[in-house]
Design a protein around this ligand. Structure first.
Ligand code: SF4
Length: 366
């Protein structure tokens, strides 16, 4: 397939793997892939096995569903139970556990009106079709997803549809990477920067990684040659001791990012504290609706009190999301917790690292 096959050329991949191993020269280089999409690509193409033992790959917190906190989920579940609310959500949020394992799917089974959508515009259509209800769009996602939510709210404003609101659980990714690097909990030699997020933020958003922490960062696409090229750059930086920002996804990412998407975010949101599963409350890592859209802010419209959150018993998702624990080291992995019967969000989401490690056995072996 043109434009795809050229990034999956096995001969070139083998050459790159050999070059990376040669470059490491007996040194073990430990990298974190921030993005859950990368974790799945590593498993799908067997990159962890190919690069071991010279390169060790750790999964990061780049799964927006997984990092949504239990308390935010509890709030969404309480919201869905209100009689005037129709909650619109993407499907992967349905089975993510809040406190005591409760999910939106449970709420739906108990009568809450929770609808699956495939686009934010589906929520706008629901609001138009149900003027007597308030349609609350569950806003989960990083810099990549938030502009679409913003554009939908502006479309509702333009069309005069008053009953569409947003529960913004959106998060900004650089503060999470800063928290992991700054905590000292794990030692990294480099970071594989998220490709999709960086189309919006730009590769320069990761400048703080080499400048503040002396570690290289390479923004990568999702095909095997994309990732191997990024890993080559990171190993080269680690060996030379000269960290920098490398854009290995130049066909999708500009240094300055997508200005139009950034302008949409600035118009509709205010940067605020965000609550992350596994990382806690991080300053300047969340997005709440701007004052001009306050009448569409579900948090402002519904002052719901929810009980203090409790993580699923035995779940180690928080440790997994910080790269402090490999998924297969969780005592529940593959026994009590499987994709069919997930205990924690990292096994639920299509981008979750536990789901990837379970699905691709070779990931578990890296
Ligand atoms: Fe959480 Fe399941 Fe992963 Fe354990 S295996 S960390 S319970 S998702």
């Amino acid at each position: 397939m043109k434009y795809i096959d050229e990034y999956r050329d096995p001969t070139k991949a083998q050459q790159l793997v050999a070059q990376i191993k040669c470059l490491a020269h007996g040194r073990r280089v430990r990298l974190m892939e921030f993005c859950g999409g990368h974790t799945h690509a590593i498993g799908r193409y067997g990159l962890g096995r190919l690069l071991a033992p010279e390169v060790e790959l750790l999964s990061g917190p780049g799964c927006p569903v997984c990092v949504t906190s239990a308390s935010d989920l509890d709030y969404a579940i309480a919201l869905a139970g209100l009689p005037d609310v129709l909650l619109a959500t993407f499907g992967d949020m349905l089975r993510v556990p809040g406190s005591r394992g409760r999910t939106l799917q449970h709420a739906r089974g108990e009568g809450a009106d929770v609808r699956l959508i495939y686009s934010p515009l589906d929520a706008l259509a629901l609001a138009e079709a149900h003027p007597e209800r308030r349609v609350v769009l569950l806003g989960v996602g990083f810099e990549t997803t938030a502009p679409g939510m913003a554009a939908t709210l502006l479309q509702a404003e333009a069309q005069g549809v008053p009953n569409l609101a947003l529960l913004s659980l959106h998060k900004l990714t650089p503060p999470a990477m800063r928290a992991i690097l700054g905590s000292g909990e794990i030692q990294l030699d480099g970071v594989i920067g998220p490709g999709h997020v960086s189309t919006v933020t730009g590769s320069e958003a990761w400048r703080f990684v080499p400048d503040e922490f002396g570690v290289g960062v390479a923004v990568s696409g999702f095909e095997p040659l994309d990732m191997l090229q990024a890993i080559y750059a990171l190993v080269q930086m680690a060996v030379s001791g000269e960290p920098r920002v490398e854009n290995s996804y130049a066909r999708g990412v500009q240094p300055e990012g997508n200005r139009a998407a950034q302008a949409l975010l600035a118009r509709c949101f205010v940067v605020d504290e965000g609550e992350w599963r596994g990382l806690g409350r991080l300053p300047a890592s969340g997005l709440r609706l701007a004052e001009a859209l306050r009448q569409r802010d579900a948090r402002a419209l519904y002052d719901l009190a929810v009980a203090p959150a409790a993580e699923p018993a035995g779940c180690r998702c928080g440790d997994v999301l910080r790269g402090a624990l490999r998924p297969e080291a969780c005592p529940l992995f593959g026994t009590a917790c499987t994709p069919r019967n997930p205990v924690g969000p990292c096994m639920v989401s299509a981008e979750g690292s536990c789901a990837a490690h379970y699905r691709y056995a070779e990931v578990a072996e890296r």
